[in-house]
Design a protein around this ligand. Structure first.
Ligand SMILES: Nc1ncnc2c1ncn2[C@@H]1O[C@H](COP(=O)(O)OP(=O)(O)OP(=O)(O)O)[C@@H](O)[C@H]1O
Length: 217
């Protein structure tokens, strides 16, 4: 299980998350909805071990996380797909470089990347293009392939399809569902699209309310 318990995050005097708990079991899809600014992406970053909370704990399959960011040995257990792929990739990389990045970092064979790219609907002529030479949908397909490259136990999809057309959205969700069914991975799907979340998670949706808290003093 991927589990946040009592997580608190503050930026300066603005407490964005205040003792939040959320869990995702293996094989489960959990939807997370809520208005802009209520802290969904902040929780996504905590659960992906990119941001250390000021209080609370994160556990992955029963092991408490004690190290964060690049020092976290458990970080390859979590795949994170961001809302804006252009902010999530190195602009100098080709699409194939984007997909192979985690494999290279983990010193794993790179062959898998080509198959993943094809499964995500990328044709070979796109492999050598750079982000400014492809559409948002094509770039997001590469980012989904990158997130799946190390076969994470949990996937966090943070507004993954917000800026994409309906058919690209349906294709990406179907690929992630196929991955979940094959591997038993757990999925946290964050979106403003209540209908999408409801369909994807079978009604397993948490609806957050904004709770902005200024820290006194
Ligand atoms: N690094 C940061 N420094 C300062 N404030 C931040 C930082 N990251 C996020 N915030 C603030 O934290 C709050 C929550 O942001 P977050 O991105 O988690 O919200 P969200 O619910 O994902 O919103 P959206 O649905 O618009 O993506 C916002 O007020 C945001 O401005």
């Amino acid at each position: 299980m991927l589990e946040a318990t009592g997580v608190t995050v503050a930026f300066g005097r603005h407490r964005v998350l205040d003792g939040v708990s959320l869990s995702v079991r293996p094989g489960e899809v959990v939807g997370l909805a809520g208005p802009s600014g209520c802290g969904k992406s902040t929780l996504a970053r905590v659960l992906a071990l990119l941001l250390r909370p000021s209080a609370g704990t994160v556990g992955i399959d029963g092991r408490a996380v004690t190290r964060w960011r690049h020092r976290a040995p458990q970080r390859t257990s979590i795949g994170l797909i961001f809302q804006q792929p252009r902010l999530a990739v190195d602009p100098r990389f080709t699409l194939l470089d984007v997909i192979t990045e985690p494999l290279r970092a983990a010193r794993r064979p790179l062959e898998r990347a080509t198959r993943l790219a094809e499964e995500l609907g990328l044709t070979p002529e796109l492999f050598v293009r750079r982000p400014h030479e492809v559409s948002d949908g094509q770039l997001q397909r590469a980012c989904v392939a990158r997130a799946l490259a190390l076969e994470p136990r949990y996937l966090i999809c943070d507004e993954m399809t917000t800026m994409l057309d309906a058919s690209t959205q349906a294709h990406l969700v179907a690929r992630i569902e196929a991955y979940r069914e094959r591997t038993g991975a757990g999925v946290l799907a964050i979106s403003h699209d209540a209908e999408l979340l409801d369909r994807w998670s079978g009604g397993n949706v948490q609806e957050w309310q904004p709770r902005p808290t200024e820290i006194a003093g």
